[in-house]
Design a protein around this ligand. Structure first.
Ligand SMILES: NC(=O)C1=CN([C@@H]2O[C@H](COP(=O)(O)OP(=O)(O)OC[C@H]3O[C@@H](n4cnc5c(N)ncnc54)[C@H](OP(=O)(O)O)[C@@H]3O)[C@@H](O)[C@H]2O)C=CC1
Ligand SMILES: Nc1nc2c(c(=O)[nH]1)N=C([C@H](O)[C@@H](O)CO)CN2
Length: 235
């Protein structure tokens, strides 16, 4: 009998896509959300990964997504909140950036967890929030983003309390995992120097942590840092 699916939001590229394909390769049933259609979506759908279009910028968009999932799946093995927009603060639209960051990183996971947690497998289930190293340090140029990721870290603690013992709730807080193709050499070199280990680890570092959390019987309410020792790279 097919095991209940793992739901990963924002998984049509980069970390989410890597993890969705790997978990599917491991034998899990996988459902993803995507915001912008691309031909890859058809490839994923044909490979057996169910793809649901969703924009979490508005409560209505989140609700539409929730209804889609409820209508298709009676049970879920895990929910991985990966969808994210990495917006710098914008002096010309401070209000808009703040609202957008809170909507995608805090309000959407909150509403989705509230609506879908009753569908999580009673005997063993997980919620994983993708946060960020800067949730604990702040960021001079991404204040709204960092604050929204800090809110998601706090939601990790609250949902861990609320959903125990059947559902574990944890966060993964990366620093650099993978650059964007537009990142120039100067930015890359500066960023690599921020951690003790000085590498771009790649998406598999997140997958290894997801696999570990899914297999754990005793970790909940925790934020797992993936930062190459950046917290010790002090001036
Ligand atoms: N990459 C890194 O080095 C780091 C990543 N992280 C965190 O890890 C996670 C994955 O990172 P990464 O792979 O780089 O993520 P991306 O920046 O590639 O974004 C992931 C997806 O989020 C989706 N998304 C953005 N806005 C919305 C929205 N309003 N509604 C629905 N979906 C939306 C996008 O969908 P679409 O493309 O379909 O529009 C996108 O594919 C994120 O939570 C990120 O904050 C943290 C620290 C470092
Ligand atoms: N949604 C995203 N969040 C973040 C990204 C990204 O590409 N998309 N990238 C980073 C950086 O890698 C940062 O950790 C190091 O400069 C942070 N968040």
């Amino acid at each position: 009998m097919k095991q209940a699916p793992i739901l990963i939001t924002g998984a049509a590229q980069r970390i989410g896509l890597y993890c969705a394909k790997a978990l599917h390769q491991q034998g899990h049933q996988v459902v993803i959300s995507y915001r912008r259609y691309r031909p890859l979506i058809d490839e994923l759908q044909n490979s057996g990964i169910d793809c649901i279009q969703a924009d979490f910028a508005t409560a209505q968009g989140v609700q539409t997504f929730i209804e889609q999932v409820l209508g298709r799946y009676s049970e879920l093995r895990a929910i991985i909140h990966n969808a994210s927009d990495w917006h710098a603060d914008n002096d010309s639209d401070p209000d808009g950036v703040f609202d957008a960051m809170m909507a995608i990183h805090a309000k959407a996971p909150f509403l989705i967890n509230q609506a879908l947690s009753p569908r999580l497998c009673a005997e063993k289930a997980d919620i994983i929030h993708m946060t960020d190293f800067v949730a604990q340090t702040g960021s001079a140029k991404h204040m709204a983003y960092a604050a929204s990721k800090a809110a998601l870290e706090n939601l990790t603690l609250s949902f861990a309390r609320k959903l125990a013992p059947g559902i574990k709730v944890n966060a993964i807080a990366p620093a650099l995992i993978c650059f964007n193709e537009w990142d120039d050499i100067a930015y890359r070199q500066k960023t690599l120097q921020k951690s003790l280990l000085g590498i771009e680890p790649g998406e598999q570092e997140v997958l290894k942590t997801i696999d570990w959390l899914l297999s754990s019987d005793y970790v909940t309410g925790r934020v797992i840092p993936l930062d190459g020792g950046r917290h010790l790279n002090l001036p």
